[in-house]
Write a protein that binds this ligand. Sequence first.
Ligand code: ZN
Ligand code: ZN
Ligand code: FE
Length: 741
Amino acid sequence: MPVASKLATQRLRVTLRGAVQGVGFRPFVYRLAAEMSLTGWVLNSSAGLVVEVEGAPDELRRFEQRLEAERPKASVVTVRESEWIPTQGSTKFEIHHSDTDSAKSVNVLPDLATCADCRSELLDPANRRFQYPFTNCTNCGPRYTIVVDIPYDRPNTTMREFVLCPACHEEYENPSNRRFHAQPNACPVCGPKLDGAIADSAAALRRGEIVALKGIGGFQLLVDARQAAAVARLRQRKHREEKPFALMMPSLETAREYCEITPAEQELLEWLAAPIVLLRPKSGSDIAWNVAHCSPYLGIMLPYSPLHHLLMRECPFPLVATSGNRSDEPIAIANDEAITRLKDIADHFLMHNRPIVRACDDSVVRLTRGRGGILRRARGYAPLGIRVSRNVQPVLAVGGHLKNTVAIGVGQDVFVSQHIGDLETLEARHAFERAIDDLCRLYSFKPEAVVCDLHPDYASTNWAEQSGLPIIRVQHHQAHVAACAAENNVEGPYLGIAWDGTGYGLDGTIWGGEFFHVENNHYERVAQLRPFGLPGGDAAVREAWRSAASLLFEVSGETDCGDSRPRLSGERSSPAGPLQLSVSKVRNMLERKINVVPTTSVGRLFDAVASILDLAQQNRFEGQAAMLLENEIGSLRTEEAYPLAAGDWAPLIAEILRDKREGLPVPRIAARFHNALVNWILEVAAKSALKQIVLSGGVFQNRYLTERTAAMLESLGFVVHTHRQVPPNDGGIALGQVVMA
Ligand code: ZN
Ligand code: ZN
Ligand code: FE
């Protein structure tokens, strides 16, 4: 061989880490190498995707560029390492079998909504998968909910029970096929089967019956969203009085008939994760009044599995689609479990024989700052790892109490579980324990310590105390800002702002309006809301009027506004007698300072203002009063603001009372209130002399507040970080706990 050509051949090894399995990465690499006439191999190892290619150096560099530019769109590459290695004189390009020995640090992929190619096959009478409800390919289909172990290969999924037929096998082995190594590949001959007919379920839905459907991450309860009596029956049987239901729409076009949808919101709806998107409803629709009567939004999603597509073709109208459980319990995933637990709720079942390994609720997002702000992170997002800027300790974080998630730290990745829920019931606590076992087993992870909240009564804290592991306690609001800083890779000192409803403070009082100067993992509390008393402590979380009574008492010595008596005249579902009793009891508490817990919570300040304005006297779900108050602003834009200097709410409450008395329209009062909070942030930020600002905590689910705060700070030269991958609410606490350990 001439010397020149010998020199010309080189070998390059590229290692990719991140979400690179189960997205058709290997066939993509195979096709690319074949097209460029390069030799070598690609391997899915449990440490990542490894490619070795041999050829002319220029070609190898071009290969590297195309590898990045043309990679499958569902993939997420967090690390790419390249090295030149000795040539091996390889003569062809091959796909090697997965190795299983090296350390498990590979991301498992989330479940992906049915792709356009599979959708058209589903509806093509000439296709062998015509109307087959388990159609998928490397670009779509279940992943996280069917994977038992990693690496992600068919024998490690619940599809191992189904033996590929010759036609499917041919697709699976053919690198030029869309289904090459599509682990859940299936067809009517060899794949999972429905137990029941879609047409029967559709007929049941039209009759107003409740259908329990086995979906991707568990059972869903479906009902015709236009039939109020049917919706009421679902509410009553599920014990879910007022919390809004999400809807599945047959198509984007139908969704448009019911909601205002901006291009950015359309992108969220059609995203691979297919989340529930909170949208503004149009008026005059035929959606039953009791679907979301306590919320200004409609949560909308599009069909995301072939089964949903087929069902929605038979039911071309909006369906309530809510998790298959009784309120506050985990979602049912197994057939027999669903029959037992849902038999008193559902009239009709539509099941199949593809097992679901773990429960994954539908995720919820809301457009904020031009992107999808995650409010509940589950199907479609979990368990993608969050890459942080430095190595974290190998710890297990058990999160908060409400909207619980757990997380583990593996090298530079933090794997946050799917939304588990509020740890209020025994079933929820079992689900929490299962999620911990599952996450640790999946990643062969042995925690060296457990991280929990400071709150002594959280179920997660109690579990940590009994785990036998060394325990690290982390303050709630510090964890909030640490989470947001970590996912934004914020280096250097920053001003962390954590506003939420409730969290246990370092001084044992209830915090929730906190500013921290953060430097080198040191948190100095530099400002907070002026404390006020919560009469009855935790009872005030649900009963917004208690916060109002407390602030009014401080400002005027009265516990009501002096107009609409009794204060709770707006209440519908509670009898007046007992409430009147609690009003005088609360007054008594305030006067004698008995059972009054001090708080700095901005969430409770929102409650108080919403109550004073008669928008809500109770929170029937977390954040309801605040959501209604935000919604009052609508499209109103004003620079007017109440005074809130140094976080002192007394002048603010006094002016709200004056404006209310004088009949100022509620939207303007609401805007002035929000603007006051923004101005207070500007005041503290200016004083801090820190350039980077990190916003976290459930209060920042408020889009108006978050967007105005960010815009004003940015116009003054600050760099503002808000959540992208985990929710600002307590669903993000576990991430913060890991990075703080
Ligand atoms: Zn597909
Ligand atoms: Zn088949
Ligand atoms: Fe919180």
